[in-house]
Design a protein around this ligand. Structure first.
Ligand code: NFE
Ligand code: MG
Length: 496
């Protein structure tokens, strides 16, 4: 049989954060090769060099307006690790509340305002037009409900931002994060005004968000078989439960861990490296972030992305809600996760393997949103009005520090090296660097690339299945200087 080959380019892929270009080689309607390219240069790591270490908490938050909170926390934790201090209980708990609120805001943003238009048309007015044609299948009544929830979700996200701002001073970009804890002095009205906002958020998650994901799951059952991925999962864990100085031993609500071939394994941060063979950098390849460098070269041969390729022991790992939920489900130590996942999958008459898919990622994200919201309600009650929120610090002349945390989109690591009291080196490995990474030095494609390979593309003029796969990872290609290398694409698609 003659092979029919097509080259598909989606550039930029819209309704994500940042700028991402997707390329796929399709042979006889199946994707045989995929490329995921971050087209914006970041360069923050260079901005940080030479500055006061305390600036890192504010500057790294500017990576992104959607996930400033986890960058503030990972950065504060890297400083605490370097300074040899830990926050008191109040500081730890208040950080958890801020982070939880940011998860809720981010997950609802992703489902309604970024991903849901892959599944329903919306009315013929902006922001629903221009649109691309897809296999929209929702009946009119469901459609109208989704449109109304789409609009309602804006107000709800505002409530989630407010819930954070009660503790963080403002959102986005938190003002109260300091090494050793937080700078906000809690009062009774912080607690009461948090509780009523959380109640509204929980009502929305329980009665609107999760039911909408379930409805789309029923209608688009085939999306539980789409974009499966390589099933290697990694999480650095979420919500500190104690003040153990060693982050790899610290107790977390979602524990740190990784899963390969269905087995949970521990994480040793020393085994993380970043490859740059396919990235526009001349920096040394396959080195640990503590030795990582950022030397951009926009004309490097063979490279196609501004993202590096983080790997754990040279292996490719998916990060994000699916990683946290699938591992919590597998560990069986959190009965609520097991009960929620089982009940929703039973309702859909699916097994746990269905989580590894486009719709499985949406479901994992929605269920995590509920679990996080419930956990915040207990954390709000743990705040002690007359106890300290922060531990004092002194900046050492020279030290190294590491902060490992989980942003909404997955495992996040910050590494700092201090010399002469200033930042000598700062490296961050963010969730989307894992998920949207290009091929590594051994030619292994990144998680999103692997999830695209093997996909059936019925119409190469309209590759909406690929857009659905990429968006299910909730990618965020955070911003800095814009440098674009002109590509040699045969066809371009603008997906709105
Ligand atoms: Ni810009 Fe982020 C999250 C972090 S993404 S959204 O969540 O860290 O890689
Ligand atoms: Mg980096």
């Amino acid at each position: 049989m003659e092979t029919i080959r097509a080259h598909v380019v989606i550039d930029p892929l819209t309704r994500i954060e940042g700028h991402l270009k997707i390329e796929a080689t399709v042979e006889n309607k199946k994707v045989v090769e995929a490329k995921c390219a971050g087209t914006l240069y970041r360069g923050f790591e260079q901005i940080l060099a030479g500055r006061n270490p305390l600036d890192a908490i504010q500057i790294t938050q500017r990576f992104c307006g959607v996930c400033p909170t986890p960058h503030a926390i990972a950065s504060a934790q890297a400083l605490e690790n370097a300074f040899g201090i830990m926050p008191p209980d109040n500081g730890r708990v208040i950080r958890n509340i801020m982070q939880g609120a940011n998860y809720i805001q981010s997950h609802i943003l992703h489902f309604y305002h970024l991903a849901s238009l892959d599944y329903f048309r919306g009315p013929d007015v902006p922001p629903f037009i221009p649109r691309y044609e897809s296999d929209y299948r929702v009946p009119q009544t469901v459609h109208d409900q989704l449109v109304s929830h789409y609009v309602q979700a804006y107000q709800i996200r505002l409530k989630a931002h407010e819930l954070s701002a009660i503790w963080s001073g403002k959102m986005p970009h938190v003002a109260s994060m300091v090494p050793g804890g937080v700078s906000i002095i809690p009062r009774l009205d912080n607690i009461t005004t948090s509780l009523w906002r959380l109640k509204e958020l929980t009502d929305f998650i329980d009665n609107v968000y999760i039911p909408d994901v379930m409805t789309l799951g029923e209608i688009y059952r085939d999306c539980f078989q789409l974009g499966i991925g390589n099933k290697n999962l990694l999480s650095f864990g979420l919500f500190d439960l104690d003040a153990e100085p060693d982050v790899m031993k610290r107790k977390r609500f979602f524990p740190m861990g990784r899963m390969t071939k269905g087995k949970i394994e521990p994480v040793d941060a020393q085994r993380i490296t970043e490859d740059v063979k396919s990235s526009w950098y001349d920096s040394p390849s396959r080195v640990h972030p503590t030795r990582g460098e950022t030397m951009p070269n926009p004309v490097k041969k063979g490279a196609y992305s501004w993202l590096k390729s983080p790997r754990y022991e040279g292996e490719v790992y998916e990060v994000g809600p699916l990683a946290r939920i699938a591992m919590a489900y597998e560990r069986k130590t959190n009965p609520k996760v097991v009960q929620l996942v089982d009940s929703k999958l039973q309702q859909l008459q699916l097994g746990p393997d269905a989580l590894y898919s486009v719709m499985g990622r949406h479901l994992a994200r929605a269920l995590e949103c509920k679990i996080v919201a419930d956990e915040i309600s207990s954390m709000i009650m743990q705040v002690k009005l007359d106890e300290p929120v922060c531990t004092n610090h002194t900046i050492p002349d020279s030290a190294q520090g590491m902060g490992l945390w989980c942003a909404a989109r997955g495992a996040l690591g910050h590494w700092i090296e201090i010399k002469n009291g200033k930042i000598a080196r700062y490296q961050a490995v963010v969730p989307t660097t894992w998920n949207a990474s290009p091929k590594d030095d051994k030619g292994k494609p990144g998680p999103i690339e692997q999830a695209m390979i093997g996909t059936t593309v019925e119409d190469t003029e309209n590759p909406f299945a690929l857009a659905r796969i990429v968006r299910s990872f909730d990618p965020c290609i955070a911003c800095a200087i814009h440098i674009l290398e002109p590509g040699k694409s045969l066809k371009k698609f603008r997906v709105v």
